[in-house]
Structures are given as C-alpha cells and as structure tokens.
Design a binder for this molecule. Structure first.
Ligand SMILES: Cc1cc2nc3c(=O)[nH]c(=O)nc-3n(C[C@H](O)[C@H](O)[C@H](O)COP(=O)(O)OP(=O)(O)OC[C@H]3O[C@@H](n4cnc5c(N)ncnc54)[C@H](O)[C@@H]3O)c2cc1C
Length: 538
C-alpha cells in the first residue's frame, strides 16, 4: 500500500440515519475497521441540512427513530407528534454520542469519486480534500433526498436580494420580518414553510407550478397515556411496522371504495381526515392507487375541503390539483397551509393561470410577463431524488464503467441495494427499493442489517467479491416497472417518476411492491437464504 493511503474494511458515504446505523452495525457488531465520510459538519443528514422554518418530520415521531436502541426508545421523549428539525437533529446527535459514532466519521469531506480496482478487489475512494482511501466494501448512505435541485432560472445571478434553497438554509435561519419574500414551489417542504414565513414576512408571494393535494397534519402534543402504551408495546410496534405496507401502523381498508355506500365512504374519509398525517394517504381504500374512478372519489373529498377553507374562490381554484390522481405525488401535510392563502399579505402566482416564471431579475421574479419585487427568494424546489446523490459520487465499477453512463436512461439495480458490475458496493435505500415510499427508518434499518449480514457471510466464507448478476438486475427492473405500471403512479409528473427535473429520464424511482415493505423484506431475506440468489460470489 502506498504511504498516505488509509485502508479500511468498509467506507461508508454519509452520516444521516443510514450511515450512522451502518457504522454501528459494522464496527460494533462485526468488529470491522470503518470510516464514514460526511459532507456536512455534523451527523444528521436530512436533519442537518434542512433548517427552513417549519421543517419537521411527517412520520409520527414514535416510529421516526431507530428501533435498534431499545433503551433509547424508552428514554427519549418526543415533544410533539411531528417534532421540528432541531429536535430530530438533537436526537441523532444523542445517538452518535451514546454509541461513540463520531470517532469514525470524517466530517466536512465530500466523496468526489471512487473506482473498483480489479487487481486488488478494493474500492479506491477520493475526496474533495484530495485524499484517497481504500476499502473492500463501499456503502452509499448518501440519502434519497440530499442532492439539491435548483432549477436553472435565467438571471439568478442578477438578483440583488438574498436567495436560498430550503435544504441549504443558514444555521441560525433568515429573518423575514418586514421583508417581501417569494417562495418558489409548493411541494411538501413549501407546504411546511409557507405558513411559517407568512407569519413573519411583510408580503409573501408563492409561485406554484403544480397544485398538490394536502391533508391535515394535526400536529400537537401526544396524549401521555398513548405514549406509555406505545412504550410498553414497542416490540409489538416494531413488528407491525416491519411487516406493514409502508412502514407505518397503517393498513389499507380491505375493500373497494366503489362497493361502499356514500355515507360509509364519507364517514371513513372524515375519520382519516380527522386522524391527520399519512392516514389519509396510506390507510385508505385498497383500490385508490389502482382505479381512477376510486381515486376520483378521494380527490373530490379533498377538493371540497380546499374550496371550503380558501375564502377567495379564484385562489381556491388555483389551489385545486389538476391533471394527476390523488396520492401519486409525495403527500404534503398541512398545518394552516390552505388557511395561509386567506391572509392579506399572501399572494399566489400560478404557472397555469398567471404564467410561469420567465426569469429572475435584479429586483425579483418575472412571471407571466409581470415583474414581482422581492427582498428574499426561497427556492423550495426539492431534490434530484434518489439517483442524483449516487450519480454525484462518480463511481466506476468493473472495466472503469461509470454509473452515470449506465444509468443514462434511469436506474438499474438489483433489489435497490446492489448494481451489476459494481462488486462490493451497496446502496442503502437505493432506487428501486421501497425507500421514499415508506417510513424511511424502517427501510434504512432493513437495508443496513441485510448488508451487515451479507458482509459477515462474506468474511466467514472467505469470499472476496459479491455482485448482482445482470440477469437478476434486469428481472428486478422489469418487476419494479410492471408493478408500478399497474397503478396510477405513472400518471403524475412527480419526482417519484423523475419528472421534477427537466431532462431527467422518466423512470419510476422507488419500489411499490405488491406486499409493501413487509413483502420486500421477505424477498431480500429469501435471496440471502438461497445463498444470495441473483448475486455472483467469488
Ligand atoms: C424535509 C424532509 C422531510 C422528511 N420527512 C420525512 C418523514 O417524515 N418521514 C420519512 O420517512 N422520511 C422523511 N424524509 C426523508 C429523509 O431523508 C429520511 O427519512 C432520512 O433522514 C434519510 O436518512 P439517510 O441517512 O438515508 O440520508 P440523509 O439524511 O439524506 O443523509 C445522507 C448524508 O450523506 C451525505 N452525503 C451525500 N453525498 C455525499 C458525498 N458525496 N460525500 C460525503 N457525504 C455525502 C449528505 O451530506 C447527508 O448528510 C424527509 C426528507 C426531507 C428532505
């Protein structure tokens, strides 16, 4: 080994939920020499980067956490149903502290390239600090939503005010008091941020490309009795979420919405609406994802709610989603979102009716031929989801083949965890795994444990490399697409369909298995039990 090049058993990229647990599993359970590189200056990933006002999880806090630290499940007290970003970050800091994770993380370091060397079967990993390190295994824990998407608006460099993407807010925040503020975007992040910014700003203008179906979050303190009941039954909770469809304690109503009376339907809709959170999205009648007719009934219910809440009928009409079925885009949770458009200081500029953004000017934004003036522009324009952070690694597999080129038409993986031609390289919650269509800690823990077991098997059996076969990869891709093509998901221009970014090849990014995360887990376990069926071990 050339001097100056550090050698590890495993290099992990990223120190959010995924990277943190991966370090724990490999170092403390398997005794391996592990290093994680993290671009940020602290642990937390999503919860380190996303500091915009109103940033909070949309998963219920009692299941938006690690389940492997059983003592912490008992000891940690979440303040609300959906805690805010600083609280989640504190929680992750606490995990890092308890398990002494930071000593194996190199912060402020971005991985800029990695190639598999077929002569020594090692990954050679390069960073923006000019370092190179080697490892037998390379694990991308880079997150699904970590590569910021800032559309190439003409003229941005001319803007004389402040601008910022929601995932790159300055530590300490931005003071909106007495300012004229623009928010560009109306996805899940914007739906959280807009009501908060509207309370501070002198004037808030929201630029909407696509109206979304928002359902109430119903955040607040959780009843102490319920908290205790859950703590007393955490083993049961964990079992249920692992076996569930989406990693929550929800199940579809096992009926067609078209079979039931309108009274029963309204009662169920009201129940889910009142319960708040993802219940409306993920615990509805089982045919909502499949039948346009069934879906329309659900969409109509939400449209009625919007019309009832938003006082100005012209604004309400702009906020009514058009052209995509309910549930086919990431569900934003609403805490006074629709009510915010009743405020005198809030204006909605809709791309369809008022005209799209044409350019950023020195003083603001020109849309539909009109110039709007601002002191601050906030881009809530989301992420180059799932494939973005992986392509940005510039990894090269066997024969120097570049991942970016192999994925020119969209992702190709086996189980969303492995890529043919990239030996000993694993992706936690990678494309074509349930990932973003689940409560993510559940999917993260499943992948981390599967990868750790695989690496353990490799060392016990003295194998040097494991990689997906091209055939298994092709079959998996065909399966992912066959399933999704039987649903309404492809009818939306969503980021799930890669459609939020101009020029990104249209492909469904996650996996919507017929039996959800529970079925996917069984499939992965079955693959391992059949001596890693679909993989070549050498
Ligand atoms: C605003 C927001 C709200 C969310 N709410 C929920 C929710 O309610 N429920 C839910 O299940 N999920 C939610 N998510 C998804 C969330 O990303 C996951 O739940 C989870 O935090 C992912 O953890 P991770 O470790 O896999 O990825 P991340 O938390 O994204 O961490 C990845 C880390 O990798 C680092 N990294 C990436 N590339 C490199 C590189 N080249 N070199 C070095 N470091 C690199 C990044 O800096 C980052 O810190 C939300 C996401 C966002 C953005």
């Amino acid at each position: 080994m050339a001097s100056g090049i550090q050698a590890y058993d495993v290099i992990v990229i990223g120190a959010g939920f995924s990277g943190m647990y991966m370090i724990k599993a490999l170092r403390d359970k398997l005794g391996l020499k592990v290093l994680a590189y993290e671009a940020g200056e602290a642990v937390g990933g999503t919860w380190y980067w996303n500091r915009y006002p109103g940033a909070r999880c949309d998963s219920d806090s009692y299941i938006y956490c690690f389940t492997w630290d059983k003592q912490l499940l008992q000891d940690w007290e979440w303040s609300e149903r959906y805690p805010e970003q600083p609280e989640i970050l504190r929680y992750l800091e606490q995990v890092a502290e308890r398990h002494d994770l930071k000593r194996d993380i190199q912060f402020n370091t971005r991985v800029t390239g990695a190639e598999f060397d077929e002569t020594d079967n090692l990954w050679h990993v390069h960073t923006d600090k000019g370092e190179t390190a080697t490892a037998r295994y390379l694990i991308a824990a880079v997150g699904s939503l970590s590569e910021t998407n800032l559309p190439q608006f003409k003229g941005l460099e001319k803007f004389q005010g402040k601008w910022c993407h929601t995932s790159r807010f300055p530590n300490g925040g931005i003071n909106f008091t007495a300012k004229r503020v623009a928010v560009v975007g109306t996805g899940a992040t914007a739906v959280q941020a807009i009501p908060e910014i509207a309370q501070q700003a002198k004037q808030l203008t929201v630029f909407q490309r696509t109206a979304n179906y928002c359902v109430p979050a119903r955040n607040g303190k959780v009843d102490p009795e319920l908290i205790n009941a859950r703590k007393n039954d955490y083993d049961g909770v964990v079992k249920r979420i692992k076996e569930s469809f989406f990693g929550f304690e929800y199940n579809f109503i096992p009926k067609s919405v078209l079979e039931v009376t309108s009274e029963e339907r309204e009662r169920e809709f009201d129940r889910m609406w009142d319960e708040g959170g993802f219940a409306f999205w993920l615990a509805y009648y089982q045919d909502m994802f499949f039948s346009q007719e069934a879906n329309d009934l659900c969409a109509d219910y939400i449209k009625r709610k919007i019309r009832k809440t938003v006082k100005d009928p012209v604004v309400a009409e702009k906020l009514i989603p058009k052209g995509h079925p309910y549930g086919t885009k990431r569900q934003p949770l609403d805490s006074n979102y629709y009510e915010t458009f009743n405020k005198d200081n809030v204006v909605l500029v809709d791309a369809n009716t008022d005209g799209p953004i044409e350019e950023i000017t020195a003083r603001g934004i020109r849309a539909g031929g009109k110039e709007y003036e601002f002191d601050i522009i906030i881009f809530a324009t989301g992420f180059d989801a799932m494939t973005g952070p992986l392509k940005a690694l510039h990894v090269k597999g066997r024969g120097g083949r570049k991942l970016g080129e192999l994925w020119a038409d969209g992702p190709h993986t086996y189980l969303g965890i492995s890529i043919a031609g990239f030996p000993n390289f694993f992706t936690i919650t990678g494309p074509q795994s349930p990932s973003v269509l689940s409560n993510m800690p559940v999917s993260i823990e499943q992948h981390v444990e599967w990868i750790a077991d695989c690496i353990d098997m490799m060392s016990k059996t003295g194998k040097a490399t494991i990689e997906a076969t091209p055939e298994a990869q092709e079959q998996w891709g065909a399966h992912v697409n066959e399933i999704v093509n039987g649903t309404l998901m492809p009818r939306a221009n969503s980021w799930y369909m890669s459609a939020n970014i101009a020029g990104k090849p249209r492909a469904f990014l996650p996996y919507l298995g017929p039996e959800g995360v529970g079925g996917y887990r069984r499939k992965c376990d079955e693959v391992a039990a059949k001596d890693y069926e679909g993989f070549t071990l050498a």
